[in-house]
Design a protein around this ligand. Sequence first.
Ligand SMILES: Cc1cc2nc3c(=O)[nH]c(=O)nc-3n(C[C@H](O)[C@H](O)[C@H](O)COP(=O)(O)OP(=O)(O)OC[C@H]3O[C@@H](n4cnc5c(N)ncnc54)[C@H](O)[C@@H]3O)c2cc1C
Length: 447
Amino acid sequence: MEHIVIIGNGISGVTAARHIRKLSDKKITIVSAESDHFFSRTALMYVYMGHMKFEHTKPYEDWFWKKNRIDLKKGFVKQIDSAAKTLHFKEGDTLNYDQLIIATGSKPNKFGWPGQDLKGVQGLYSKQDLENLEVYAPDNKICKHAVIVGGGLIGIELAEMFHSRHIPVTFLVRENSFWNGVLPEGESAMINREISRNGIDLKLSTNLKEIISDKNGKVKAVILEETGEEIPCDFVGLTAGVSPNINFIKDSEIETNRGVLVNRFLETNISSIYAIGDCAEQQEAIGNRRPIEAVWYTGRMMGEAVAQTICNNRTEYKPGHWFNSAKFFDIEYQTYGWVFAQPKENSIHFHWKHEDDTKCITIAFDKETHQFLGINTFGIRMRHDFFNRVLTENRPVEYVMEYLADANFDPEFYKLHEKAIINTFNKDNNTAIPLKKKSWKRIFQTS
Ligand SMILES: Cc1cc2nc3c(=O)[nH]c(=O)nc-3n(C[C@H](O)[C@H](O)[C@H](O)COP(=O)(O)OP(=O)(O)OC[C@H]3O[C@@H](n4cnc5c(N)ncnc54)[C@H](O)[C@@H]3O)c2cc1C
């Protein structure tokens, strides 16, 4: 029987395994060095914050794997011998495969800072990272002060986690405003204020120079690049982005760049070897998407596509319109389509912010045709199906504005702001969009 081996038991590898099982009787083995069973990485923060136990992050019961004849192997793959179709494990054993899926995810970036491997210095990625947080930062007695290096989505999660245990935090962000390589100026500035409102010492335009050790090899302070200031601390979180976790592949025959290079079918240069999820790099970018996307739902989609291909239905990976969501302390963020930090040459940004400084919207549209290109919302939850449709149908921004109330999860709440938003839009753009009268649902159903 054909043996499919998957390295990595994250969302990508597990989705591939589940779908191969649905479609075939092939022998399936999932390998992982991290955990016995699949868990939801995105929920790690809630375990530390006490909202759930680690056990609750497992989407499937432990009996699920045996029942579905998916073998689980704990071990770290140190080498892939593609000629012999054999995996070599750090533990000394080997495993043969007929087809191999590489789904090894990401690892936190480290930029060679002195002291980056000290005790109490780590990223937030793995189950082991969560366990080490409980050792080095269980409370504000053992960890009197934490420093976080790198202002992205994981950095702000870590800040919120420490905040929940009353551990004072200094947050070092290299840019002059939080995540402003991704967020437009008004949004980024609003999140700066939200971070500070939560008592976090946000230091913008600030780089880490080095991490200082105590006599036991544990962190005791950091030194800042710009000022030379020394900040005493008991924990340093390294959250300056992630990169594909593929060091063990570098001297194999498999072509890599930052990630494992794949075509649209997720095939590598070696037949019978595929790569999916955070570790895969598209040779040719798909639309405006980045060649490597470290997000949950794209890993799942790649797992589904590769399962089809392996089960003799060669299927292209087609992720559809970009969307994403996150939370910045109490402010929920959603994005659909493309809203870049700076409007591209042919596009315009419309920005509206509520006076309470926790809600705002940015809409990008084409200068000439007024085609809607994308939306960011903060503190206002929108419906995915609405934006998927307007993007697919290339609707103009005026249409989106008119039906924005229907696209909202909480129309009553939105109605409170609708007039202000439409009025601002009309004023900024010299348009005369009326307040919504019809329901987009009725329109879509009849069209
Ligand atoms: C704290 C945090 C919060 C996040 N929040 C969000 C969010 O809100 N929304 C969102 O879309 N995304 C979020 N992400 C990103 C998302 O979790 C990842 O995109 C996703 O988990 C990647 O899945 P994957 O299956 O590709 O890889 P992973 O989940 O990383 O799984 C890969 C597995 O392979 C194992 N492995 C690696 N190398 C080897 C080897 N040589 N031998 C054996 N095993 C190996 C790893 O240990 C790991 O268990 C978050 C990530 C983190 C860390």
